[in-house]
Design a protein around this ligand. Structure first.
Ligand SMILES: NC(=O)c1ccc[n+]([C@@H]2O[C@H](COP(=O)([O-])OP(=O)(O)OC[C@H]3O[C@@H](n4cnc5c(N)ncnc54)[C@H](OP(=O)(O)O)[C@@H]3O)[C@@H](O)[C@H]2O)c1
Length: 254
């Protein structure tokens, strides 16, 4: 039975991706912190898709926990680096530890897990890695600077290792979703935009495009935006985020 490890697989996009693999009979391993949500996700996957599911409660913001995860889970056919957190606001007003945590989860844990599993997959001459970035990877993000920068790293790193890994029989992909209808915005001081894609739709698009290009962009508008000049996109993000920040401040003052 093929095995897939999904970080941040207890809810949102991670759980929706797990459902895609569950339908194809994979042994699913989910990693996240909240044990209750992990159990709920396990229950959904096992009851609907009758697949084998294991869960691991681990905080990927803790240095060394990627290694711990790798040692606990062992070899997998597919690794999905999906766990990610966000951060919004004026950069120097965001607590340092919050953004260090963001870099640890979005960048370092993703990179460490890639390195650990690439070595393993290269020896077996097969394997698939999917890293979840964002359309935020396409330009710098004023008022969301560390998050967009972290996702640029994910996209750039994925494209580079995809080229290195190809000759070892390993496929590396990077998905760049636009806004999704998950709890992500509530958790990270953001405001959910009106036009959001469902996690299920996004996961299905990613899953069905994993044999094509390295960079997978769900949503036609997002694919068009990808080709716009960086300066225009950055200006747009600046205006949009500044407006959102002002509205939040006005609401708090009221
Ligand atoms: N939502 C969007 O609009 C959007 C758009 C583009 C890209 N993305 C990216 O897509 C991915 C999934 O986002 P989502 O919207 O599905 O988010 P979500 O609903 O907030 O789910 C995040 C998942 O990551 C886990 N997680 C968070 N911190 C963790 C930690 N320290 N250690 C281990 N697991 C942790 C969460 O579980 P616990 O909290 O229990 O640990 C949860 O399972 C992220 O990488 C995000 O950046 C999201």
């Amino acid at each position: 039975m093929k095995k897939v490890l999904i970080t941040g697989g207890s809810e949102g996009l991670g759980l929706a991706l797990a459902e895609c693999y569950a339908k194809d009979g994979y042994h699913i391993v989910l990693c996240a912190r909240n044990r209750l949500k992990l159990e709920e996700a396990k229950h959904i996957l096992q009851n609907i898709h009758l697949c084998k599911v294991d869960t691991i409660s681990l905080d990927l913001s803790v240095i060394g926990n990627s290694q711990k995860l790798y040692e606990t889970v062992g070899s997998v056919d597919v690794l999905i680096n999906n766990a990610g957190i966000g951060s919004n606001g004026i950069s120097w007003k965001i607590p340092m530890e919050k953004e260090e945590q963001l870099v640890q989860i979005n960048v370092i844990a993703m990179m460490d897990l890639c390195k650990l599993y690439l070595k393993d997959m290269a020896e077996r001459k097969e394997g698939v890695i999917l890293n979840i970035a964002s359309t935020g990877a396409f330009q710098p993000g004023p008022y969301i600077a560390s998050y967009y920068a972290s996702k640029s790293f994910v996209e750039s790193y994925s494209q580079a290792i995809a080229m290195e890994a190809r000759e070892y029989g390993i496929s590396v992909y990077c998905a760049c979703p636009g806004p999704l209808d998950t709890d992500f915005y509530h958790k990270h001081d953001g405001r959910k935009p009106k036009n959001v894609m469902s996690a299920e739709h996004c996961a299905a698009y990613i899953y069905s495009h994993m044999h094509k290009k390295v960079v997978i962009i769900p949503g036609l508008l997002n694919r068009i935006v990808y080709y716009l000049p960086k300066k225009i996109k950055m200006r747009f993000v600046y205006r949009m985020k500044k407006k959102a920040l002002k509205e939040k401040k006005d609401a708090a003052d009221r």
